[in-house]
Design a protein around this ligand. Structure first.
Ligand code: AHR
Length: 337
């Protein structure tokens, strides 16, 4: 089980730093490479070389994100060196070192966890290669990366909690909630839990999280952890899953336990991938706070801007929406991922 107090402390630190950064340091020119005239990406006719280290392929969200990055790079004429870290930080560090050795123009990565990056980011800085974070934040020295292109995970946790409030409206008796957390130590797990907890603390005091555990953002993780939850806490009647894949895995265990997902156990999750929308249209997931994985075009625009020496925001945020089960069937055909 994760020590929740440690997670919340980490999250608060990350967000406090993030909130100050745009005002103090909203400038790609702070990156050594971005200010170097004559870099290969600044119009010399050579294709920009981008080294990209992806977290892995743990979820539908990740698959859509990978496709978005690859398609956008091809469309922008950027040569992409793509590396899949299989959810291991050591693989990401090795990939970044490899990109430095290959003298790419820009490095981008979605950090599997928040801590432990300063050493390798200092190596990129020494090599004068700008680093753009995508999707997830790090909690080290913010001067070691140019900017982040990605979502506000704490806001997503808050939105999920407000959706849960809506879903639970009218229910009588105690609410015994379970939480399926994303990968331990990752920005989305830490910050979504913090945002959700913050809103829940101000809600009905009879609502409590009776159990919370890491399901690693995978369908199988969600299935296994939920099966164990139902054994130890048969009183669970609400579930907050940090992503759709874990919710879908949990649904399988809920059905296997003879209960009706979405009815006996109310479910709110995050992402809004195709399979999440299908489960929502079937009434098995009650509501979803969207997390948009289509970051590729914004990332490529940012790569070009940074190499051209332009000023960029320190945190380029993604626009997202909320959906409830009654909207799912109508929204499904328009979903892009
Ligand atoms: O970092 C984004 C999160 O990572 C998504 O919500 C989850 O599905 C993915 O694995």
């Amino acid at each position: 089980m994760i020590a929740r107090r440690d997670l919340f402390r980490t999250s608060a630190g990350v967000l406090a730093a993030g909130a100050l950064v745009p005002a103090l340091d909203a400038c790609s020119k702070s990156s050594p490479k971005a200010s170097s005239p004559g870099s290969s990406g600044s119009g010399g006719g050579k294709a920009i070389k981008l080294g990209f280290s992806q977290v892995g392929s743990e979820s539908g969200w990740r698959t859509a994100n990978t496709t978005s990055v690859k398609d956008a790079a091809a469309k922008a004429g950027i040569t992409l060196n793509f590396s899949d870290a299989q959810q291991k930080q050591e693989n990401q560090i090795a990939a970044i070192r490899n990109f430095i050795a290959q003298k790419v123009d820009v490095i981008s990565f979605s950090p599997v966890v928040t801590s432990g990056w300063d050493a390798v980011l200092n190596e990129a800085k020494s090599a004068k290669i700008p680093v753009i974070l995508t999707d997830r934040q790090v909690d080290g020295d913010p001067s070691l990366y140019v900017c982040l292109v990605g979502s506000d995970f704490e806001a997503e946790g808050e939105r999920a909690a407000h959706l849960m409030e809506k879903v639970l409206t009218g229910m009588t008796g105690p609410i015994n909630m379970a939480q399926l957390e994303g990968t331990s130590g990752s920005a989305p797990a830490t910050q979504r839990a913090a945002g959700f907890k913050k809103v829940m603390a101000a809600s009905d005091p009879s609502w409590k999280i009776v159990i919370s555990q890491d399901g690693n953002f995978t369908r199988d993780g969600g299935k296994q952890v939920m099966a164990a939850f139902l054994q130890s806490h048969p009183e669970i009647n609400a579930l907050f899953a940090h992503n759709d894949d874990m919710a879908i895995g949990a649904i399988q265990s809920i059905v296997a336990a003879g209960k009706k997902p979405g009815t006996d156990i109310k479910i709110v999750s995050i992402d809004g991938v195709h399979d999440g929308f299908v489960a929502m249209s079937q009434g098995q997931i009650n509501a979803i706070a969207e997390c948009n994985p289509l970051l590729g075009p914004q990332l490529m625009d940012t790569v070009k801007a940074v190499l051209a020496g332009q000023t960029v925001e320190k945190w380029i945020k993604t626009k997202e929406s909320d959906f409830t089960a009654d909207q799912a069937a109508a929204a499904l055909p328009q979903r892009q991922y």
